[in-house]
Design a protein around this ligand. Structure first.
Ligand SMILES: [Zn+2]
Length: 508
């Protein structure tokens, strides 16, 4: 069995230590938030990972892709899990704004809304005002004197990272969200004290005027002529935009603003081709922990760090499973690096998703030839290469005739083979009739014609034609390790994550 890199000794130590700790009283059915559930060991630090759009099917497919169907990702090895219900106050299937807001404030809200309660509707279309801003866990941590950071491969003003430090009734107003993090601006979120210690990700254009080209030659998006790169520096921030600046960061550099791309950062698969050079999600996670550990060791309080793999979601929206797999793999690398760096006796690590996607693992695909526990009698050409297609997950559905031992490409009703992975809707809808995925010339990611279903540009087929594949409404998983992690169990609303983190830190 393949197992992703992981410090097993620490994991064992934590399990033994927590085995002797005070047991946590269980709440009654349906009463999962009662105080007794949250008593237990204190966490000094909390690291909260989000795989944006990382539903259960995404984790399973990424596991097969990375380590094989019987392997283990790092997140698979965390000892505590729960199912998380993701609905928004006004929607069965949510977008990232209400979900991250719910996880960061403990209060559910409506589509597109960040940092307010459920009476706040998008754009205040009822003209009844937004009501009171909810406190986020990052703000509560800051108020206690902890260091705080937000890291994402999406724009740093995107819904998920923004929900840690901003309050707004429309997630798309990213120019305004950037100002809420700027300590010298009139709309600065004063709950952030002297500001968020680390902001790293994409979204440079929301910090650059639309009359100006940025460092990589891309026009800014600000309509108020302000250059927030210099304004953040004026407010004491160290600003970096490429790998050279990134590498030079030390704890003395805090507070730090790292904007490595005009829009979202590159997909992990495309990162080597970036002009200015970009750190990976793992690089940013390691750096953020180094800076926060280095800075907080001098004081008494710990840190809260949010890390988002923002582009798993974007790859799915594009109908391209390949990049969703490689970005999920990179998130798992980042989680593994974090788990190895920190002391799991004083640091709670939580991994979850904001919502799922309409992404399926279909058919009854036979495992690749090299992984089978028996010898087949014969097979169609091509099956011998299935292992190379991410342990078969990016390949056709291969099937075996149990009478003859012959392996063949499983046909649809008309005799045409189909792939293991697919989407309920999205850009991968074939308007013409289905063709064999191996010879399909349907243009994929970036307009590239793929050479087969395991090619990085391949658009998995979709049943319903949509320009952008959609989120899905089923529950997602919460994975946890460290002090307070034992509170992650059962089936909970995503607001439960806020309660777990808050109680683990001893914040009341
Ligand atoms: Zn999305």
């Amino acid at each position: 069995m393949r197992v992703r890199g992981w410090k097993g000794a620490i994991l064992t130590a934590v399990l033994i230590a927590s085995g002797g700790a005070a047991t946590v009283a269980r709440g009654g059915f349906g009463d999962r938030d009662q105080d007794a559930r949250y008593t237990g060991r204190r966490a000094r630090n909390v690291i909260f990972f989000i795989g944006d759009g990382m539903g259960v099917s995404t984790v399973t497919a990424a596991r097969v892709f990375s380590v094989g169907v019987d392997g283990q990702l790092v997140m698979d090895q965390f000892p505590h899990t729960a199912l998380s219900r993701t609905y928004a106050s006004d929607s069965i299937t949510p977008d990232s704004a209400p979900t991250m807001s719910a996880m960061m404030t403990g209060v559910n809200t409506n589509q597109s809304v960040i940092g307010f309660g459920e009476s706040t509707e998008a754009n205040d279309f009822n003209n009844d005002g937004d009501g009171d801003a909810q406190w986020t866990l990052l703000e509560l941590a800051k108020r206690r004197g902890m260091r705080v950071g937000a890291v994402s491969t999406a724009t740093i003003t995107h819904a998920t990272p923004a929900a840690t430090y901003a309050h707004i009734n429309q997630r798309n107003n990213e120019n305004d969200i950037a100002l809420q993090a700027l300590p010298t601006d009139g709309t600065f979120n004063n709950r952030l004290g002297r500001g968020v210690d680390i902001l790293m990700g994409g979204g440079r254009r929301f910090f650059v005027p639309n009359s100006v080209m940025d460092e990589e030659g891309v026009r800014g998006a600000r309509t108020d002529s302000r250059d927030l790169r210099s304004e953040f520096q004026g407010a004491g921030y160290r600003y970096v935009w490429n790998t050279a600046g990134f590498s030079s960061l030390t704890p003395a550099s805090l507070p730090v603003l790292g904007l490595f791309e005009s829009s979202h950062m590159e997909y992990e698969f495309d990162r080597p081709t970036d002009l200015g050079g970009e750190p990976s999600l793992k690089d940013m996670t390691v750096k953020a922990i180094q800076l926060l550990e280095g800075a907080s060791r001098r004081g008494s309080e710990g840190y809260f760090l949010h890390v988002e793999a923002g582009r798993i979601d974007h790859a799915h929206h594009a109908g391209n499973a390949y990049r969703a797999m490689t970005d999920t793999q990179e998130l798992d690398e980042a989680i593994g690096a974090a788990a190895q760096m920190v002391d799991l006796r004083d640091t709670l690590i939580i991994v979850s998703a904001d919502h799922s996607h309409v992404f399926n693992i279909a058919g009854y695909p036979l495992r690749p030839l090299q992984e089978l526990p028996y010898a087949v009698r014969s097979h169609e050409p091509g099956y011998e290469n299935a292992a190379a297609a991410g342990h078969g997950i990016l390949d056709l559905v291969w099937d075996i005739d149990q009478s003859t031992g012959h392996v063949f490409a499983a046909p649809d009703r008309n005799g045409v083979p189909y792939t293991v992975l697919g989407y309920h809707n999205g850009p991968g809808y074939r308007a013409a009739s289905r063709v064999d995925p191996r010879t399909d010339v349907f243009r994929g990611f970036g307009g590239v014609v793929p050479t087969g279903p395991s090619h990085p540009a391949y658009f998995q087929e979709a049943a319903v034609p949509l320009g952008s594949e959609t989120h899905a409404g089923e529950d997602v998983t919460i994975y946890a390790i460290g002090p307070g992690a034992d509170l992650v169990d059962g089936t909970v609303k995503n607001t439960h994550i806020f309660q777990v983190m808050k109680r683990a830190l001893g914040i009341h």
